[in-house]
Design a protein around this ligand. Structure first.
Ligand SMILES: *[C@@H]1O[C@H](CO)[C@@H](O)[C@H](O)[C@H]1NC(C)=O
Ligand SMILES: *[C@@H]1O[C@H](CO)[C@@H](O)[C@H](O)[C@H]1NC(C)=O
Ligand SMILES: *[C@@H]1O[C@H](CO)[C@@H](O)[C@H](O)[C@H]1NC(C)=O
Ligand SMILES: *[C@@H]1O[C@H](CO)[C@@H](O)[C@H](O)[C@H]1NC(C)=O
Ligand SMILES: *[C@@H]1O[C@H](CO)[C@@H](O)[C@H](O)[C@H]1NC(C)=O
Ligand SMILES: *[C@@H]1O[C@H](CO)[C@@H](O)[C@H](O)[C@H]1NC(C)=O
Ligand SMILES: *[C@@H]1O[C@H](CO)[C@@H](O)[C@H](O)[C@H]1NC(C)=O
Length: 478
């Protein structure tokens, strides 16, 4: 998956929390921060918490960054294990996740790290050294929408080489579960933002301006997504009139999005770099904000996605003027790593208020829930040291190594991952086998399901092996 570096270094977040029917749980974490702070947009950033390990630092040029949550950072050296996470308790639902990633030579090694990040056990971001200069120096925000079904949000980092993964801030905000067409698409995808454009406008939204967005979404300028020919003919227009049909469930698109637009005498064309292996959800936003267009068929244009004509748009015919008209389209089977969108005039000039591009990243398999519980108990009772990185899901994402010493494979119907071997021989572990939860939890969660070998040899355990464990029929104890 390609690296995302969408929004450059600027402030972050939040309007006063509203009480939405779908819930209002949110977290704003200043990773590496030691105090709570409130930013100029009235968002309170919590001092660092909910992490599994690592250490704190500060960027090398703090004056280059506006807010504490951008200057402070947390990094995860290998002594904390290969895999570390933020794990936040929250109600099940759908959430907007936003991270700020920054290096800025905080460690004085002039070597940006290579690492992966996952959300809910699915790989979503990959950062590879060397980072592009703007990312390296200014940092970048990345965001996505994901469902949480296990009572906790996990954002995990996995070290590809020896340089530690790093994070500047983490923000999680509850959104409407029905948003972005989930009734059709289902809840088995994470929507990773590849561009959320507000046409004819500067970057705005929580953390960047005082403008509100009920989901916490930030909107970036369409400028750098225009093709060179489009740049020559494009005009920005705006209005202060009220636009009807905005801030409606389930998407709560802000009115400001429709109060600016671009138009131009000719074809308006945008491109965005994508990962051709994935499908993309595109969301288009239109409003007729030119009062000289007074009737249907007064302005008509076609929308082409990768040269395929996918829709003829007559905004006035759909909703009249000064009203929001949104429409979405899913692109399958891309043949190249560039996605193009064209607005081709039929009557008059095309007009566009916004475009959103999301990769539909399928949820990876995760470890069977009872095995996760059993493995956490095992970690606790055997006092597995930090360096083994026993954090987050034991087996997921499937493209990462499982927890050290743990071997996993998909179950029979390929609906989940199960643990087949645990090899903790010679790890120098200490524990009391008779006083811990090993006896009670392990066999029910692991032993009778799939575990065929548990190697606890050459450690310093005391107490008898629990009977329940010893009697698990298929289990071979070493
Ligand atoms: C969040 O929602 C609950 C229930 O709707 C409400 O009682 C609470 O005041 C809300 N919190 C904030 C900060 O708005
Ligand atoms: C920050 O705020 C949280 C939540 O209000 C509170 O529990 C915590 O004690 C505060 N931490 C510091 C360091 O002030
Ligand atoms: C900031 O939040 C506090 C308490 O939540 C509130 O009293 C105050 O009016 C807010 N200020 C602004 C500028 O919104
Ligand atoms: C946002 O609003 C607050 C309160 O009105 C103000 O103090 C602050 O300067 C504003 N921030 C920006 C970036 O406009
Ligand atoms: C840009 O416009 C020029 C002149 O109209 C045309 O020849 C060229 O093919 C266009 N380029 C693209 C990429 O559409
Ligand atoms: C995408 O390609 C696959 C395999 O070539 C094909 O089965 C599927 O129908 C295609 N999907 C669409 C929407 O074209
Ligand atoms: C191990 O735990 C059992 C039960 O709690 C206790 O009786 C025993 O003294 C413990 N052994 C050691 C060496 O701590």
């Amino acid at each position: 998956m390609s690296v995302l570096f969408l929004l450059l270094s600027l402030p972050l977040l939040l309007s006063p929390a509203l009480s939405f029917p779908f819930g209002n749980t949110s977290y704003f974490i200043d990773c590496g921060g030691s105090t709570n702070t409130t930013d100029p947009f009235n968002t309170t950033w919590l001092s660092d918490r909910y992490f599994t390990g690592g250490a704190t630092s500060v960027v090398s040029e703090p004056l280059h960054f506006l807010y504490p949550q951008e200057k402070n950072l947390r990094f995860f050296p290998l002594s904390s294990g290969k895999k570390n996470c933020y794990i936040l308790p929250l109600p099940n639902g759908r959430y907007y996740f936003r991270t700020f990633t920054v290096y800025d030579n905080y460690d004085g090694k002039s070597n940006s790290p290579s690492f992966d990040a996952s959300v809910e056990g699915t790989l979503v971001f990959s950062w590879r050294s060397p980072w592009p200069e703007t990312l390296d120096r200014d940092g970048a925000y990345s965001d996505l929408f994901a469902f949480v079904k296990d009572g906790e949000a996990d954002v995990c980092f996995y070290s590809i080489a020896t340089d530690p993964p790093v994070i500047g801030s983490l923000e999680i905000r509850q959104i409407d579960p029905l948003s972005y067409d989930s009734s059709t698409i289902g809840d088995k995808f994470i929507l990773v933002n590849y561009g959320r454009l507000s046409c004819g406008s500067n970057q705005w939204g929580p953390g960047f301006s005082n403008d509100t967005d009920d989901f916490g979404r930030t909107w970036q300028s369409d400028l750098e997504f225009r093709t060179p020919n489009t740049t020559k003919i494009i005009n920005s227009i705006s209005t202060r009139e009220t636009i009807t049909g905005t801030v409606q469930p389930p998407n709560y698109f802000p009115m400001k999005l429709y109060q600016t637009a671009v138009t131009g005498n000719g074809i308006l064309e945008y491109y965005v770099s994508v990962d051709a292996k994935m499908d993309y959800l595109l969301w288009f936003h239109f409003a007729e904000i030119d009062s000289s267009v007074k009737q249907k068929a007064g302005r008509v244009f076609d929308v082409l996605v990768n040269e395929k004509n996918v829709e003829r748009v007559d905004i006035f015919a759909e909703v009249g003027s000064f009203a929001a008209y949104s429409w979405s389209y899913t692109v399958h089977n891309l043949s190249s790593p560039v996605l193009t969108v064209k607005f081709v005039p039929v009557v008059g000039a095309p007009i566009v208020s916004g475009i959103e591009f999301y990769a539909l990243v399928p949820n990876d398999l995760s470890t069977m829930p009872e095995q996760v519980v059993a493995m956490r108990a095992l970690k606790e009772s055997l006092r597995v040291p930090d360096r083994m990185g026993w954090n987050g899901d034991p087996c997921a994402p499937t493209s990462w190594d499982a927890w050290e010493g743990v071997t996993c494979h998909p179950n029979k119907d390929e609906s989940a991952l199960v643990i087949s071997h645990i090899d903790l021989g010679s790890q120098g572990l200490k524990g009391n086998l008779s006083s811990n939860s090993l006896g009670g939890t392990l066999p029910s969660g692991l032993g009778q399901q799939s575990l065929v070998q548990l190697d606890l040899s050459n450690n310093q355990f005391v107490g008898p092996i629990p009977e329940s464990l010893a009697s698990a029929t298929h289990l071979q104890l070493v």
